[in-house]
Ligand binder design. Sequence first.
Ligand code: SAM
Length: 595
Amino acid sequence: MKLDPLPLPDMITAPRTDAVYNCHAYLTKVPVSAIQPFIEAFTKPGEVIADSFADSGMTGIAAAMAGRRARLSDISVLGQHIATGYLTDVSESDLRRAAEGVVQIAKAALGQLYQTRRGSDGAIVEMIRTVWSFTYVCPACNGELVYYKHLQRGGTVAPDKCPHCRAPFVRRTWRSKSDVPVQVVVRNAAGRLVDQDVGEADLATIAEASADPRLHEIPSLQIDQSREMFSRSGLGKRGLTETARFFSPRNAIALLELWRAIHGVEDARLCKKLAFAFTAILPRASRRYQWSAQRPLNAQNQTYYISPVYYEWSVFELFDRKVEAAIRAAADVFGPTPLFRRRNTDDVTYTIASADDLHHLADASVDYVFTDLPFGSNIFYSDMNLFHEAWLGDVTDHAREAVMHTTGGKKVGAAERYEALLRGAFAEAFRVLRPGRYLSVVFGNSDGRIWGLVQRAIRDAGFRSVPVHVAILDKGQRSVKGLNSGSEGVVTVDLVMTLQKPAEVDAGDHSGDHPRMATRDLIGHVLANLSVECTINPSHIYAAILRDAIHNQQAIDHLHLSDVLIALRNEGYEIDHKTGLLTAGRTAEVSLAAE
Ligand SMILES: C[S@@+](CC[C@H](N)C(=O)[O-])C[C@H]1O[C@@H](n2cnc3c(N)ncnc32)[C@H](O)[C@@H]1O
């Protein structure tokens, strides 16, 4: 395939805001709009695209939307469930009708557990959500502190002392007691949401749910000490060693009844789409849904964190909204109206397979590979998948998961296993690609050694060592919270490197090690060309440095984000702690003006 000229920009901005992206969360996703330009550039309609770290299937969706075929694979059972859910087309009206039906059945089976008494007129109504708070015990006086009740400054600042003896409050060391409900939200007679205090009726239904025998039937999986997320999320301390424990008794029973009703739907496609909407609500239906004084904060996808004030949100409210979100996403995937639903998603397959063993794909059978590599030690997919997979009845086999463990027994040899897996994955990508065709790899990391490892693995697989294109991919700003919590050393932009499989079998270029240029010089070059408009963060600079070095075939092992941060500070740049963006401090203005 001849590419002349490449219609690809050097910087691809794809905010994570579209209907498809937001419909069903998975740990990380490349938005469809970021993948589309690559598909257009490197394939023709009808050709086959493979993604061997397919996670929630965005490559397959982008391929189907562009009239291409796709062969997706991943070890993730949850990823396969989500991707096939996205790619299941059903009629809007049938889906709404089926959703209403299952909610009706589940509500009847739930009985009165969501019922409460409206404060204003005493009417029996359903609770929309209940706010719960952690309770702590003061080690000095044994008095209780209900966290929510002692928040300061309009609920934005944590309590700082014991309300009884004024001993300083230290969250890490104070013992916790049972969580308590602190506020209920219902609809008033006009249908508007109103807050009210927790009353007798609430306490009665909460107690009734806690004694309900159906609690023993909630699908659940253990998260034991062998899982990295066990220690990272401090699960042992709070007794959260089973996925079912993340749900309040009322929500656990509502979910169970809804799941049963969904499985009673005879039409397999409708059942599949409803199950997709169901798993999409699980984090918010759990205690992981974080309360905040201003507006609800999402559940954190990458950890099992429960905030000291959290929601118990009506499962049915969440589900109704998710079904509408699924309808909006499907309009993007399949076309807006039934008449225009001409996109063929039948030729997108999703196989459970490790990327270093693509046995389902024949040699030279694929026209293009687009894949987003696992980044190392930040996110533990299979551990987080347990939360959803408890309901799916099948679990990701993580024996060959490409992650770098940082705790427990798996820490030993973690880097070597990760490297071996990536090498195997590139070798397989090379094998299945037709000669002369392209592989695009999304990757981000703050450690130059990992970059070097990836660069060598690609080259050793046989790809030409000079990429045909390197783009910076900006998926939008990470949360301000993430940046504030001291993680400015986390990369927030990735690179997309595109490499060619030589047309002739042994025309690959295995030139030896790349020359090494001093970090200071590489950084200096990018900084010299930096605009002081400051709409960028340090990750952009780091990515630009890597891009230049990769283009120029220089070694990158010694290029760490931390060095870039130091160089930026030395040059007088500052990082705004609220936005994470780079601002030119006084010194920088002076030194740039002097140049
Ligand atoms: C798309 S990648 C990485 C996304 C993002 N770049 C990151 O690091 O967070 C994540 C996916 O890789 C999958 N994965 C990990 N090891 C794998 C392996 N050996 N074979 C196939 N998929 C694997 C995980 O299940 C997950 O769905």
